[in-house]
Design a protein. Sequence first.
Length: 424
Amino acid sequence: MNFVKRAGTSLGARKSKTAALLAIFLVICTLLLGGFLLQAAAARQEADAQRTIGVDVTVRKDGLTPALADRIGASGTVHRYNAQIRVRAGAQEFTPLTSKAPEPGTGAAGEKATGELAVNGVRDSGMLLPFSYGSTKLTAGRGITPEDAGRDVGVIEQRLADRNRLKVGDTLRVRSADGKQTTPVTVVGIYQDPAQDPTVWVAPHELPGNALYVPVGTAQRLAAGTAPVSEAVFKIGSPDQAQQLHADTERLLGRSGLDFRVNDKAYKDQVLPIRRVGAFAGLLVWVIALAGALILGLIVMLQIRERRSELGVLLSMGEKKWKLIGQHAVEVAAVVLPAVALAALAGALGGQSAGDAFLGGQADKPVSAPRAQDPEIAPPTVRVEAADVGKVAGIALGISLVSTVIPGIGILRLHPRSILSDTE
């Protein structure tokens, strides 16, 4: 009889042991598939965290211009960036806030006439620390975005809006610091700064309520002369990319006087735990594969001992020893396919719950300074893919081969006469 057919007959005749072997393989395949699914989910969540959290790099240098900041931001390592310009401007046809404390003299009168407003030219207000960490919140409208380049729009503080009865959609007339140009600025957002007004007199532009955020181009037109970039912040995917960005920045700006600072605390707080889960899943796959091969090898070894008389009869009938080993390999491998199919079904039904248990807590873990305006990390997505099922099937077949061939070496030393004499 063909040894493949004989393996099928043996499996049918030994249903209880076949079911036990199937159960063992099902556990092994389910754990293997769980490890692969967890690895893939961790990789997807880490990539999402790199895009949403990333690492902030702050660059300061004399002579840094918006054009140079744009060239640095065009680097392939940069996901998002913001350049900031600080200028003074005056108010026309609306009333800025003034200090409630008495002024100790008249030396600041000229300043109040031409520079009551602190204008911040930004490319992306969502990257400013007060907005990204949530201490300063938008109460109406939206912030400044890169799409506002070339537009005269602005975000004003709630106190200034209340004093002048301004709302989103209204227009402010802002006068340049030298008084030669007036720019109409459309209000697109209103924010609330938690900072209280000083108890002592300060110049109007130092009051929190007189701070205005506009696009960089608008700030440049309001500046009396050249307005350099005070600082530029670039968001990159991981700390490993900071070295490349530093090299690109040095080539553009030069090394002298360059202030290059990397803030990766939020990244470490959120991304590294996810990466550790992925590494644990990879280690789990190897441990399961080795343990499975060892357990099945012991089971096959016991089966060979139990079936010595059967092997002796087959050898006495002239059956080749390699076919006996092949029969055991086919018997073990025959239960792999149903075990893999059942494991894939179990992964599809319970994989998401397992992913939430392992990775959901890492995504929800608060950082020391939560970023309210940044997008949240997406919850772990666990899905059974054909590639993962294929890897499980390949490993399971490898386990079945190793667990039968190595114990089957003992069959090569068997002699039918000694086997049959022992059984008499």
